[in-house]
Write a protein that binds this ligand. Structure first.
Ligand code: HEM
Length: 525
């Protein structure tokens, strides 16, 4: 009976399928148009984002945003979009840019539940045990807090006194190299490379107590080359993060993109130092004579509270210092030096302040102390302004709206929407910084700006991020930047070659510059 019925139905169903297929084939063009209309409607109206202003094409596809980043000047496009559309703009189908200090707390506040977007998954690293613990990419709030707590004292301002001792020999090495080149008649120096080598060696030295001497050997491990590739990769493919698993996220493909593993050498350094640090296992304490490296400080934390941090986390923190700290610090130093040399009045005032504070006759070493330079007001203003005009990170710090949604710039955003603030926009917001494109350090001095405005300016100065994920290493870079800028201005008479015409940069995730050529007109013997 059943069999008979099936026999009867089958020809009917068969003919129905055939007819539908034939109709689709005959009217393929109409079908295509309907599919496109469906895609556009769903994309434009997804999560109610059709209410957010922005160019039509940006709402349709991530491609226009990807092309803008690919060109390397996306901050200019974003800035023009904000000027046209206001403080909140739709940059992609599910990506909003905000240019308002009022929303900093909502998006990044320690107590809010916004979490990092898939963009950050491009920075994830894996080893044989699995995901390497890195607070930068961590979305699990409890794990993130644990990681930060476990290393908080090593990153604190108080620690800088100890860590500084490891930076001094690196500074001396750099000065010695410049002097040596000057003595042999070389008057033009590419500071862009030297500054990067310096930042890398300084951070390596304070982390492990040893460095890889990039100042003398150059990029012999290919680390800088790799970081340029990763920077560009993160910027471009971070706009379509789902492709990551087919590229760098794929262990088979990755070596073809970044080449052989140069990070291995840095992990090796950590292993050697952990093994060699007998002093710590013998019960050395913070109060003892020798300064602690960053690594020693973490090992000490572990000894005191074994469950607070494990060896894998210690290794990861140390490696993260190198990965997160060297390029970013170098970018800031380049901008500060370039802008200072480009503005003779600023250069003169800065030189006067530093040279009066450190008469050469009293100089014991070639490196100035952080405690003393951090008290120089004009140097502080020049550093703030150099970093304001050229923050190291060039894209927004993207976050995802959590349940049950949030109101930003007067618009209710549903959970899952990606939103963020780009320091390149907020730090050039003309309502906060009059003549925002001008390098004018004096604006940071209390005698030139009201207290209220200074508070607002400081709030909008976000090169190190804001809130729960604020840069852990900000004091480390603060110390390195102060020491190097002051030492160079103190010891050398410098000028930009051809007014700095070769100085350029591209804006991907980071904004590394090249072509910072300086001519030396005098150098100490
Ligand atoms: C001028 C130099 C530096 C700049 C401009 C900078 C900038 C930033 C920014 C913007 C973030 C947050 C990104 C986000 O919220 O999406 C960040 C996070 C981080 N930075 Fe830095 N950084 C600098 C130097 C350093 C140094 C020297 C170190 C280590 C020695 C370091 C270690 C870290 C770590 C570990 C994080 C992750 C923090 C977290 O998510 O909890 N950074 N940095």
């Amino acid at each position: 009976m059943l069999f008979k019925r099936w026999k009867m139905i089958q020809p009917i169903e068969y003919s129905l399928t055939t007819r539908v297929t034939n109709t689709l084939v005959d009217y393929w063009n109409i079908v295509l148009i309907l599919l496109v209309i469906y895609y556009c409607t769903v994309t434009i109206f997804s999560r109610g984002l059709h209410r957010i202003p922005g160019p039509f094409l940006r709402a349709l596809s991530p491609i226009p945003r990807l092309l803008s980043v690919y060109k390397g000047f996306s901050y200019e496009d974003d800035s023009a979009l904000h000027q046209r559309y206001g403080p909140i703009v739709r940059l992609g189908p599910n990506l909003l840019s905000v240019n308002s200090a009022d929303e900093l707390h909502t998006i990044y506040g320690v107590s809010t539940l916004f979490y990092k977007s898939r963009f950050y998954s491009l920075a994830e690293g894996y080893d044989e045990t699995g995901l390497i613990p890195d607070p930068f990419v961590m979305t699990d709030k409890a794990m993130h807090s644990r990681l930060r707590r476990g290393a908080a004292n090593a990153y604190s301002l108080n620690s800088m006194v100890q860590l500084e001792a490891y930076v001094d020999p690196v500074t001396e090495r750099l000065i010695h190299k410049i002097q040596k080149e000057y003595a042999t008649g070389k008057r033009i120096i590419d500071l862009s490379q030297l500054v990067q080598q310096y930042a890398m060696d300084a951070i390596c030295a304070l982390t492990y107590g040893k460095d890889l001497n990039h100042i003398e050997k150059g990029d012999y491990l290919g680390f800088f080359k790799t970081s340029l590739i990763i920077n560009r990769y993160m910027g471009i493919f971070g706009q379509i993060p789902w492709v990551h698993r087919f590229l760098l996220g794929n262990s088979f493909i990755a070596p073809f993109i970044v080449g052989p593993e140069s990070n291995e050498k840095i992990f090796q350094l950590a292993k050697e130092e952990i093994a060699a640090d007998g002093l710590i296992s013998e019960g050395r304490d913070e109060s003892l004579d020798r300064p602690s490296t960053f690594l020693q400080r973490l090992l000490l934390n572990q000894r005191r509270s074994p469950t607070s941090i494990n060896e894998r986390e210690i290794m990861a923190h140390c490696f993260n210092n190198i990965a997160a700290g060297s390029d970013t610090t170098a970018i800031s130093i380049r901008s500060i030096l370039f802008n200072t040399l480009k503005h003779p009045r600023v250069h003169q005032l800065l030189r006067k302040e530093i040279r009066e504070a450190f008469p050469t006759s009293e100089l014991e070493s070639k490196s100035v102390s952080f405690r003393r330079v951090s008290k120089l007001p004009y140097l502080g203003a020049v550093i703030m302004e150099g970093i304001r005009l050229h923050p190291s990170v060039g894209l927004m710090f993207a976050r995802v709206v959590p349940e049950p949604g949030a109101t930003i710039c007067g618009q209710f955003l549903k959970p899952g929407v990606e939103v963020g603030i780009n320091p390149w926009l907020l730090q050039r917001n003309s309502e906060v910084f009059p003549n925002p494109d001008e390098f004018y350090p004096d604006r940071w001095l209390p005698e030139n700006t009201s207290k209220e405005r200074l508070i607002l300016m400081n709030k909008c100065w976000i090169p190190f991020g804001h809130g729960a994920h604020t840069c852990s290493g900000r004091w480390i870079s603060w110390m390195i930047i102060h020491k190097l800028v002051a030492t160079l201005v103190l010891l050398f008479d410098m000028d930009l070659v051809d007014g700095g015409k070769d100085y350029t940069f591209r804006n991907f995730w980071l904004t590394p510059q090249r072509g910072l050529y300086i001519s030396l007109t005098s150098a100490p013997p």
